[in-house]
Ligand binder design. Sequence first.
Ligand code: SF4
Length: 409
Amino acid sequence: MDVTASSLSPRRSTRQISVGSVKVGGDAPISVQSMTTTKTADVEGTLQQIYALAGAGADIVRCTCNDQGAAEGLAQIVPRSPVPIVADIHFHVEMALAALEAGVHGLRLNPGNLRKPEEICLVASEARDRGVPIRIGVNAGSLHPDIYKRFGGATPEALVESARIELAYFEEVGFSDVKISVKASSVATMIAAYRLASETFEHPLHLGVTEAGPLPGGLLKGTAGIATLLAEGIGDTLRYSLTADPVEEARAGRQLLEALGLRERRGLDLIACPSCGRAEVDVIKVANEAQAALMELDIPIQVAVMGCVVNGPGEARHADLGIAAGKKRGHLFIQGQIVSVVPEDEMVQALVDEAKKIARDGVAARLAARDLGAEAEAEADRALLLDVKGTDVNHASERIERIRRRTQG
Ligand code: SF4
């Protein structure tokens, strides 16, 4: 059975805000965020990365605004960016004000290190007047020392309390255009904090496991936390925090949402069998080659690479397109129906060619154009393989025959 959004808990209702052209919260699609790693003062380098992030699936991109050069860079980056830009602010109130002056679509403030109430109110007033939303970005690693002491550590309750106090300052000046994050590097703490935040606030929540680390562990931690909450209906926007090229963050965010059925597929979904003793080809090698070649096409398609023709086409019949390895040949199939048989060394190219044709003509037209002799050829390969190692791999019938000869003789 396909896992779709309808299999998950209903999404919790939140207030909707707009980060530039991207709506966050309410019934808006869950958005993907990432952050540039370039110096923001390097306008061309930063824009290049922003375009790469947008291409990989980021709906919103954050850039640090840590000095005057960064703020001036933002003034040039914002009008040329393909996606809304959020300025990341730590410690310096004047950087928040400079970023607003640069025209950013959102601010992220860390309540742990921008602490003076009058400064917080000043930024909130300025953001309110400009119609720019702010994320209250609480982080377990930089919690306000007083709160840390009061709660005896960076507990889920402490993280939510930090956001609540910041929100109260905003409300003093009539500002409520807010989203909230309560990130921790501990997945368990983060899950508990977001559950509590979801009960406490009506504002949209930005999900993330902070400082998750390099691949693949960072990806696992991020997914464990974010996916658990999304399945519970919690979360309106998300960011993977990976110690990797940020393109990986954007790609992971997008793929997670697509896998959960929360965003439409817009790129490749490659599925492949794990391989086993029955495999007629190096499945890992073919799957990797196919993934690299098909990703280039940027086509929303699910493609299967299966190690044997005995089980492959049937097990992957839900895929738009697939290939299964036979006796030195590949059986190309569309939605489980064999459409052609190709030599083994042409399997990847056959997938690429057919994916392009499906994108151009559609599945029905490609099924109608199938090689009518292919099914019979494929059946012959399947029969041969079953004969060789399929139905009686343990040679049970031979053993039974020998037992009978002994007992009857
Ligand atoms: S499709 Fe074939 S090779 Fe792949 S895991 Fe299944 S039985 Fe094994």
